[in-house]
Design a protein around this ligand. Structure first.
Ligand SMILES: [Zn+2]
Length: 153
């Protein structure tokens, strides 16, 4: 150890970002925007129905089996399993139905959320493509083998 070693850049550990606090804040805001305009509430108050749904979503989110690597809830395939069919539908309706209003009152937050959902969509697309490529490669290999067999005869 030299005296200079402390000036050398430390190797950074691989960091997994915990986006859950941000997503929770976004969902809370979206619920507020939605409830204020649809159920005539004001300030921090939400109507009982929205309050209950929000509480469920936030609790389920903390128990998400994906942990902090989870996709955002309104893009998650497991949302219906997690929240139940009815509540997940209501949740999606609120999240999708308030996008325009959210953008007007919280533009940066909405853009970040949009980027996050595009990220999830992209990851899903890449995953599907990978599987597709594997299937194609297998079919291709099978064809090749069949051809080789024929040529041997
Ligand atoms: Zn409401």
């Amino acid at each position: 150890m030299s005296i200079f070693s402390r000036f050398l850049p430390k190797r950074k550990p691989v960091e997994i970002k915990n986006n859950i606090p941000k997503e929770k804040a976004n969902i809370k805001k979206t619920f507020g925007v939605y409830c204020h305009s649809h159920h005539d509430t004001k300030g921090d108050k939400l109507c009982p129905k929205c309050t209950a749904l929000l509480a469920t979503v936030l609790t389920k989110m903390s128990r998400c089996p994906y942990g902090i690597t989870k996709p955002i809830c309104d893009r998650c395939d497991r949302a219906a399993e997690c929240l139940g069919a009815k509540q997940s539908q209501e949740f999606m309706a609120i999240m999708n139905g308030s996008q325009k209003r959210m953008f007007l009152s919280h533009p940066m937050m909405t853009i970040k959320h949009k980027l996050a959902s595009m990220g999830v969509d992209y990851a899903k697309f890449q995953q599907a493509k990978k599987i597709d490529d594997k299937v194609k490669a297998k079919a291709e290999a099978a064809k090749k083998r069949a051809k080789e067999r024929k040529e041997k005869k």
